[in-house]
Ligand binder design. Sequence first.
Ligand code: GLU
Length: 427
Amino acid sequence: MVKVRFAPSPTGFLHLGSARTALFNWLYARHTGGKFLLRIEDTDKVRSSKKFLDEILGDLKWLGIDWDEEPLCQSQRFDVYRQKAEEILAMGNAYKESEAVIFKVEKGRQVEVDDMIHGKIAVNTDDIKDQVMIKSDGSPTYNFACVVDDTYMEITHILRGDDHISNTPKQILFYEAMGLTPPKFGHMPLILGQDGAKLSKRHGGVSVEEYKKEGFLPGALANYLILLGWFPGEDREVLSLDEAVKLFDINDMSDVQAKFDIQKLRWLNGEYIMKHKTEELLPLIKDQLLTAGFDISGITDEYISKLVDLYKIRIKTLSELGDLADWFFRDDFTVDEEGKKKYLEKEGNRENVKIFADRLEGLEDFSRENIEKICREIAEERELKAADIIHPTRMAISGKTRGAGLFETMELLGKERVIKRMRGIHK
Ligand code: GLU
């Protein structure tokens, strides 16, 4: 049975690269009917914290990743590492330096790794220093604890980032010393920014948490991360985790560096937003609005749902709704000054808005159809282009040059507020 693991260190947030590693291990386990385990690498007691651990586990769940069995915590197993190191010492393959236990690397031979993604990699042991197993403070080194635990957990395949490629030959030496067959290894190329530099804040953010806050949907982020390392084929790009589980093939994993493209992620997120039911988006949108400082206490879910219906085909992240539709929640909405000049200063346009407002005043049923009818009538009577009424009106009521359809938004905003704002431009 395939047994894989994800082994985060709770010393910081969940990085996008680590999230991708977790996803691929999970995909592999679920595709093969194997097991996906978690190991918490918290040997650094000073830098590890419960807060980071909770955040990492929360982010994994949010992405749709579940795990089998309770996570194994390295901080609970110091005596096991020490005992294993003592065994290697007793076999004569290690020596002590004060409290530290150090593994003796036999020089002049090749260590080979048959990497599932990169193919054969060979390293000469002349290039590998003796390896500390237990440090003088009693804590194990990463490489040693990793081998002891991967053995204990009966891990069959290790998929991790290229940043660990130089660790693998060292780990293989430990397996050999303990008379064990190493698991299979696969190293995924790192995720870089579009400019080829290490992924950083300026490429759009590095942690899962940042994308969550920005209003990316978990399915979209997971979908995008999967595409950074595996090609599902047939130009397929939008695929759910369930579909990915069915189609996944470890042999199709890419051995070239993946470039993170925030625009593509935004596009994908827009696709997911569009496909989601409004009722599913509603609580998320409300959270976003609250975080952005909107007072939604007196506003019904029905009202916000209608707004979401109007905007969900136009936004790429959930947080964009607050920016584009602030005018539904407050009278001091942001105004696009360029657009204001363009549409309100154009000769005749203010007058057009006034006439439109006068006519709307008498409208009993303030429906989108009726509003549109009046607009078209005025255009015809006065031989105007409808655009010369629509653009300045949109500017007057929303301060924006674009948005959802004008008549629908007027209906939702309500007669009183619409007319007040249309009149407001004449003061
Ligand atoms: N704690 C290591 C990391 O986060 C795990 C590496 C491994 O998968 O062996 O990079």
